[in-house]
Write a protein that binds this ligand. Structure first.
Ligand code: ADP
Ligand code: MG
Length: 647
């Protein structure tokens, strides 16, 4: 008998079973391990008995199978759970199927030491051998069966093992999922922990604040209690005051009622006064107009300018001009002329002219304006007013109308003075319920064409005089600037613009300013909203072109045309004025641009005033005479007083 250490390969002599101790069944791979171990240790050299056994037995197993054979499983009869059958024990067993290590005496007739046949007993020996052989065969068969069973068990075990491995893998998967989740939960719980800590901190803070607020509330309540008592005290005081006030109020109400009654009578009186004032204002207008009409709706003033410093060198005094003392309406022109009777005798030629007013050279601008200021008032009252300056070039027309400096209080001309009076008058009339709006335009007429002095607009083409509408007789100049003005200063600015524009033209057109008419117009619109009254008028101040007669034989080309157009317009102005004075049915406005433009401002109730400006120079005698004759004609047809006498 030979025993091999556990796990070693088993070589068993025939009839001997070697049982290696089995690893516990809970071990996962008992068989594999054994095989692996064997494989690791390599094929063991077979013991001599093994060799013998192999050659002596029919069953030959490959070395790898040896451990299986080493397993000894009780051949449990009948079906039982395979696992139970696996219960292997190394305890010696008896009886058939025992493959334990213990010798079985009854079955060991061969080679045993019990009984030996005598050498001669060949028959006996043979029968022993046969019996032994039969035993061995039977045993081999039994072992085969066991072997099959064991293989089956092994397969089942391997399947179970695979199942377990699969299960283990699944569980591994579950474990990793669970660990991930666990990690997530751990992080979440950490976060929650932080949040909880924050909440706790907030809670602590809120508690502190609550405490503070409670303390404050407490204080406030105390203060409130205090102020409650104060309020109660004040209420008492207020009630007593209210009582006193009620008493006073009753007194005041009585006073107010009385005052109201007084007020009513006063406002009635005021209304009456206003009515009276309005009636007086209207009466003033009527009377003012009457005075103007009595003075003549067409008036002529003569103004003789002083000798200029340079002129005084050429001419001493003004012998040819005589101003009768104590008479401010007459001017006499004197000239010595050779008598046609005899060479040595000279005759004084005397020309008397009477006008509404004659201003001597010493007359100041203020004196002159005094006489026309009533006309300016008429313009505010709603009458058209036209003031012309007529005379030869250099006679003082521009000086009279504009003055050398609009800002010089002494020397400013009629235009700035009239403008000032208009704005002052408008202010005074505002107290009587009149509101005024003003707009100004300034243009010149040269060679019968119009030019805007407040800024030409070449893109609009030539300025034309047109009817406002086909149904209306009213005229206007469509593209002429008419600038709204609200103060004297604004108008003065426009006058400066016009002066600048004119001086540009002067250099370009060789003193055409004296060859053109310049017309400043201030449109005045007044409303008395309370009484639904309106008035509108135009104040026109015209600086006419020089009236001197140029020697026609010398006038050529441009000069001739200029002269013709000036003559035409001045004579048609005279004709229009005369026709108006005589109330003729046809007024020849259309004969010149000047009269056509002024058509709306002449005639009807319009007031006209003509300055005839006279040069003090003797060399201008005949021009002065012409001017005075023209002015006389205009004057004569209205008042019939002016006349020229030639003695
Ligand atoms: P007109 O416009 O008729 O051609 P101006 O008004 O230009 O004439 O006058 C010619 C010159 O005489 C200017 O130098 C002007 O200052 C001066 N002049 C005109 N009238 C007076 C006056 N009343 N007092 C002082 N200088 C005057
Ligand atoms: Mg002039």
């Amino acid at each position: 008998m030979a025993a091999v250490g556990s796990g070693g390969s088993v070589g068993a002599a025939p009839g001997m079973a070697v049982v290696a101790p089995l690893p516990a069944l809970t071990s996962r791979l008992p068989v594999r391990r054994a095989a692996a171990k064997r494989a690791a240790s390599g094929p063991q050299p077979a013991a001599p008995e093994q060799k013998r056994a192999r050659s002596g037995t029919a069953s030959s197993q490959p070395p790898g199978r040896a451990p299986l054979r080493a397993l000894s499983v009780p051949a449990a009869p009948g079906p039982g759970p395979p696992r139970k059958a696996l219960t292997v024990t190394a305890a010696p067993r008896t009886g058939k199927g025992n493959c334990g290590a213990a010798p079985v005496p009854a079955e060991a007739p061969v080679g045993g030491a019990h009984r030996r046949r005598a050498a001669w007993d060949l028959k006996g020996q043979l029968s022993d051998l046969r019996a032994a052989l039969g035993n061995q065969k039977e045993k081999a068969q039994r072992l085969d069966g066991e072997n099959r069973q064991l293989r089956e068990q092994l397969r089942e075990l391997q399947e179970a093992l695979q199942e377990r491995e699969r299960r283990v893998e699944e569980l591994d998967g579950c474990v990793s999922t669970l660990s991930t989740e666990l990690e997530k939960h751990r992080q979440e719980s950490e976060l929650r922990g932080q949040q909880l800590e924050e909440l706790r901190e907030a809670d602590r803070e809120l508690s502190a604040r609550l405490e503070a607020a409670e303390a404050q509330l407490h204080q406030t309540k105390a203060a409130l209690a205090q102020s409650d008592s104060e309020v109660a005290e004040l209420r008492l005081r207020a009630e007593s005051q209210a009582r006193r006030l009620r008493e006073q109020e009753e007194l005041h109400e009585a006073e107010v009622a009385e005052l109201r009654a007084q007020n009513q009578t006063q406002s009635q009186r005021l209304q009456e006064k206003e009515e009276q004032q309005h009636a007086l204002e209207m009466e003033r207008r009527r009377l003012h107009n009457l005075v103007q009409e009595l003075k003549g709706n067409i008036r002529v003033f003569c103004r003789v300018r002083p000798l200029l410093a340079a002129e005084k060198e050429k001419q001493k005094g003004m012998e040819h001009l005589h101003f009768p003392p104590q008479d401010n309406k007459t001017l006499v022109l004197l000239r010595e002329e050779e008598s046609h009777i005899g060479r040595e005798r000279k005759e004084d030629l005397k020309y008397d002219f009477s006008f509404d007013r004659v201003f001597r050279p010493s007359a100041s601008q203020e004196e002159v304006f005094e006489e026309i200021s009533l006309l300016v008032q008429s313009a505010l009252d709603g009458y058209h007013v036209c003031i012309f300056a007529y005379g030869q070039t250099g006679s003082g027309k521009t000086y009279t109308m504009e003055g050398p400096d609009a800002l010089d209080p002494e020397r400013r001309g009629m235009i700035p003075r009239a403008v000032r009076q208009v704005f002052q008058g408008a202010q005074e009339l505002a107290e009587k319920g009149w509101q005024y709006r003003f707009s100004a335009s300034f243009l010149e007429i040269y060679n019968e064409s119009l030019r805007d002095l407040l800024g030409a607009r070449p893109e609009c083409g030539e300025l034309e005089i047109r009817r406002v509408s086909s149904a209306s007789e009213e005229l206007h100049v469509p593209n002429l600037r008419r600038i709204p003005v609200a103060s004297e200063d604004e108008v003065l600015q426009l006058l400066q613009t016009a002066t600048a524009n004119r001086s540009v033209a002067r250099t370009a057109l060789n003193d055409h300013s004296s060859r053109s008419h310049s017309i400043f117009q201030l449109r005045i619109d007044g409303t008395n909203a309370a009484r639904e009254l309106r008035c509108s008028s135009v104040l026109s101040l015209v600086d006419l072109a020089g009236s001197e007669r140029l020697d026609k034989s010398q006038s050529q080309g441009k000069r001739l045309r200029e002269t013709q157009s000036i003559n035409t317009s001045l004579s048609s102005l005279g004709l229009v004025i005369m026709a108006l004075a005589k109330k003729e049915p046809h007024i020849p406005y259309r004969n010149s641009k000047l009269t056509y433009l002024l058509q709306n401002s002449l005639g009807g109730n319009a007031k006209m005033l003509m300055f005839v400006n006279i040069s003090p120079l003797e060399e201008n005698f005949s021009e002065s005479l012409n001017s005075l004759r023209f002015a006389s004609k205009v004057n004569e047809c209205v008042v019939g007083t002016a006349h020229a006498n030639r003695k």
